[in-house]
Design a protein around this ligand. Sequence first.
Ligand code: NAI
Ligand code: MG
Length: 353
Amino acid sequence: MKKKIVILPGDGIGKEVTACGKKVLEQVAECFGHQFVFDYATIGHEAIEATGSPLPDTSLEKMKNCDAILFGAVGHPKYDNDPSAKVRPEQGLLKMRKELGLYANLRPIKLFDELLEASSIKPEILKGADILFFRELTGDVYFGERGRKDEGKTAYDTMIYSRYEVERIAHKAFKAALTRGKKVTSVDKANVLESSRLWREVVQDVARQYPDVEVEHMFVDAAAMKLIQNPRGFDVVVTGNLFGDILTDEASQIAGSMGMLASASIGDTVGLYEPIHGSAHDITGKGIANPLASILSAALLLDISFGLKEESEAVIKAVEKTLREGYRTRDIADANTAHEKILGTEVMGNVVC
Ligand code: NAI
Ligand code: MG
């Protein structure tokens, strides 16, 4: 199979982990006789420095003309403490999602048995947890009208959803549930928010088309609690952009670390694959970032965009084997991990390869 993949490293540890994801894809190509052609594009702080734009047109063009995208993360401390910055790395991220129509962000939360002891949650609560999040990605308060009034003394963001936006993500979630545990939990805040009342109404309508799937509606605050209290109670979760952003960072603790969670952003055209974490300035340049989220994102890419199930499974097996043999990056090491088995980013990636 011949495919063109755009690598979008971005900023901070995005660069460090995507290098490992790419290496794994190269290894897959070699082992299975595929031809993957790679091209690079810029986004985020790096792109702002080089061109003034967080997402240059040249990057967007490359992404529109490839078979799949492997993305790292964007962000730089410079902007985090400067709310007045007009041009920001995250604008590149939002523009990319919107322009490519990537409205569904799939975030599988699965704990590798090898990491049961590394989590801060009790193993008996965690064992067997397997959740698939569908986070809506191109609507909500991230894209609603925003601004300042009263001479800047008041600020507002608008939480907004249309029936169509909720319908298409709900269908994706219900279809996925049919292939899994046949349960969908829809998370909203319908007791307070009008946009959530529409969300719930639409999900109820869509649910009627899937009589084999059990549907449950949950308020986001309760969902935040239940995720940690009883993660096995969830199968597929569908929720809006903001709630999904927050709940999946929380859910990363079920999988042991932010460095373990991969995601797939899909829409009607090209698919984009990225870890759920950000550019992690606190560990950038130290060579200690966990590359497994990027590597597992590459596995999702092989499966979802290329239909290469066996290859995707081979990558996941390689990650499992790496963990079983005791290799850890610092974020997933526990008191029992032998010093020499705590690896840096690059070596961890090489072991998986
Ligand atoms: P973050 O996700 O970058 O980091 C949160 C914490 O998790 C940090 O302590 C970090 O060291 C740790 N962590 C994250 N990924 C890890 C990995 N692979 N291995 C080991 N530890 C890992 O979120 P934070 O610190 O809130 O934001 C940093 C920057 O990233 C900000 O500028 C933010 O805007 C940006 N960001 C970008 C995202 C994206 O590009 N998709 C998503 C989230 C944040
Ligand atoms: Mg986030």
